[in-house]
Design a protein around this ligand. Structure first.
Ligand SMILES: [Zn+2]
Length: 439
C-alpha cells in the first residue's frame, strides 16, 4: 500500500474556480489526491492516518511555467535593454555557440531551485543539450514537458539538424512512459526553421502523438520577415504547412490579428503568454483578453531568465493582470481568477498533464504552500487576491510534486542548492572570459 497522509493548513485554495476552504485538508495516497474537505471532518473520518499540519499557511495548486529556457539562468543580466533580434544574434547566439552540457545542467538546476521558490511544480522547456535538463528533472523530482530546440543551422548541442531530429525521436521513445516527463518537439521559430525543417519536425510529432512547441508571432520584425520570405504572416504560414492543430503550443503570440485569434481558437492551439519578457524586449503586449474571449487556451510563462530576468511565476501573474488593466484603462480586464487559471489548470492541460493544475480527487498531488506569517501577506480577506496581487517568490515555503516534498519549510530536499549556486558562479566566470575574449 502506498504512503497515505493528511495534509492540513489554515487555508486551502483547491482550484481557480472554487471557493477557498478555511482549515482545509487533503488526503494524499502515493502520488495522488484522494479526498479533500474540512480538516476536522477528514481527521475524524481517518483517525489512523497520520496528519501533517502546515499551520498558518495557504495550500494552492502548483503553478505551471508554460514557456522557459531554464538553463539560461547562466546568462541572466549578461545583455539587457536590447531588441529581440539584436539580443539573440549579437549576444545570445554567439555565446551559446560555446554552450556545453555542464553549463546546461547547472543552469537548469539553479532554475529549478528558483522556480520551486515561486511555487512552480511543472515547466515547459525548450533548449540545447536538453537531455541534461531532463536529467535535472529526473533528479530534482519536478514535473516538465521538454524538448531539444531545433533549427536549420548546426547546433552546439547535436550538430546537424538530422542529428537533432534523431535525438528528439530517441527521447520520445525513451521517456514514453515517464510519469513526470513529457517529451515535446521544439522547432525554435519560423525565422530559424525553413518550411522543410518544420515539415520534418511535424512528421516526428505526428508519429509519436507529441506536442509541438514553437515561438510564434513574438515581434513585428518576425511578422515582417515572414511576409517578405513567404508572403504570409506566421500564423498563416503554419496553417499553409498544415501545422495548426490541438497538439501545437506556441509561445508569445503578441502580434495577432482578429482573424488569427479566431483561427487559433478554432484549431485549439494553446498560447504561452510571457508578459515580462515581451515588455523587457520591447516586443509589445499580447491581446490576452481577446484570446480568452475567443476561447483560446492561454497559459503563462516567464520565458528564459535572460529576458525576464527571473523565473518568478507569482510576479508574472501580477504583471499579466496589471499590464492589460493599465493599457486599456480598465481595472476589470483580466481578473485574478482568469490569470490564476492560466498559471495552473490551463498550463497543465497545454503541456499534456491533464491531471494536474487542480487539487481534487484523482489529481496528482502537485501543490505549493504559501507562508502566511508575513507582513506582505496579512490580512487574509481573499487567498486568490494574495496569490495574484501580493505574493512573490520567497514566500513559498513548501512544494510537493506527485506526493513528494521537494521544498519543505524553506529547504530544498532533493538536491544541494548551495552547491548548485557555486557551480553556476563558476560557469558565469567562464562566460565572462568568453565575452572579454570576443571584444
Ligand atoms: Zn522563449
Amino acid at each position: 500500500m502506498s504512503k497515505e497522509f493528511l495534509l492540513t493548513a489554515a487555508w486551502l485554495f483547491p482550484a481557480w474556480d472554487t471557493e477557498p476552504l478555511r482549515e482545509g485538508a487533503l488526503l494524499i495516497q502515493g502520488t495522488q489526491i484522494v479526498e479533500i474537505g474540512p480538516a476536522g471532518e477528514l481527521k475524524s473520518k481517518y483517525p489512523f492516518v497520520p496528519t501533517e499540519d502546515l499551520g498558518q499557511a495557504l495550500i494552492f495548486p502548483g503553478l505551471v511555467n508554460a514557456h522557459t529556457h531554464a538553463s539560461m539562468t547562466i546568462f541572466r543580466g549578461l545583455a539587457d535593454d536590447l531588441p529581440l533580434m539584436t539580443w539573440l544574434q549579437e549576444y545570445i547566439f554567439p555565446v551559446e555557440s560555446h554552450l556545453k552540457a555542464e553549463w546546461v545542467y547547472w543552469g537548469a538546476k539553479l532554475a529549478v531551485a528558483e522556480m520551486l521558490r515561486s511555487g512552480v511544480t511543472c515547466f515547459c522547456d525548450m533548449y540545447l543539450f536538453e537531455p541534461w535538463v531532463i536529467r535535472v528533472v529526473e533528479e530534482t523530482g519536478v514535473r516538465a514537458a521538454l524538448g531539444e530546440g531545433l533549427f536549420d543551422f548546426p547546433s552546439p548541442g547535436y550538430g546537424p539538424l538530422e542529428a537533432g531530429l534523431a535525438l528528439t525521436e530517441d527521447l520520445l521513445k525513451g521517456y514514453e512512459k515517464h510519469p513526470r516527463i513529457n517529451i515535446i518537439v521544439c522547432p525554435h521559430a519560423v525565422y530559424t526553421c525553413s518550411p522543410e525543417t518544420l515539415k520534418k519536425v511535424w512528421e516526428i510529432a505526428e508519429r509519436h502523438d507529441a506536442l509541438v512547441h514553437i515561438h510564434l508571432s513574438e515581434t513585428k520584425e518576425e511578422v515582417k520577415q515572414c511576409l517578405e520570405r513567404y508572403g504570409r504572416r506566421p500564423v498563416a504560414h503554419l496553417r499553409e504547412l498544415g501545422l495548426l492543430n490541438e497538439n501545437l503550443h506556441v509561445a508569445h503570440a503578441v502580434e495577432l490579428t482578429e482573424e488569427e485569434i479566431e483561427l487559433l481558437a478554432e484549431r485549439k492551439v494553446s498560447v504561452a503568454h510571457c508578459p515580462e519578457s515581451n515588455l523587457k524586449l520591447g516586443s509589445g503586449v499580447a491581446r490576452v483578453p481577446e484570446m480568452v474571449a475567443a476561447g483560446v487556451r492561454v497559459t503563462l510563462g516567464t520565458d528564459g531568465p535572460a529576458s525576464n530576468n527571473d523565473l518568478d511565476l507569482l510576479s508574472e501573474m501580477r504583471t499579466a493582470a496589471l499590464i492589460q488593466k493599465g493599457l486599456r484603462r480598465d481595472p476589470t480586464v483580466l481578473p485574478a481568477q482568469e490569470v490564476f487559471r492560466m498559471a495552473t489548470e490551463e498550463g497543465a492541460k497545454a503541456l499534456g498533464f491533464p491531471r494536474c493544475g487542480r487539487l481534487e480527487p484523482g489529481f496528482e498531488a502537485d501543490l505549493a504552500v504559501l507562508d502566511l506569517l508575513r507582513p506582505d501577506l496579512t490580512p487574509i480577506h481573499d487567498p486568490l487576491s494574495l496569490l495574484v496581487y501580493s505574493a512573490r517568490a520567497g514566500a513559498v515555503s513548501g512544494v510537493m510534486v506527485a506526493g513528494r516534498w521537494l521544498l519543505r519549510e524553506g529547504q530544498i530536499l532533493t538536491f544541494d542548492e548551495a552547491e548548485t549556486r557555486e557551480r553556476v558562479l563558476a560557469v558565469a566566470r567562464e562566460i565572462q572570459d568568453l565575452v572579454k575574449s570576443r571584444s
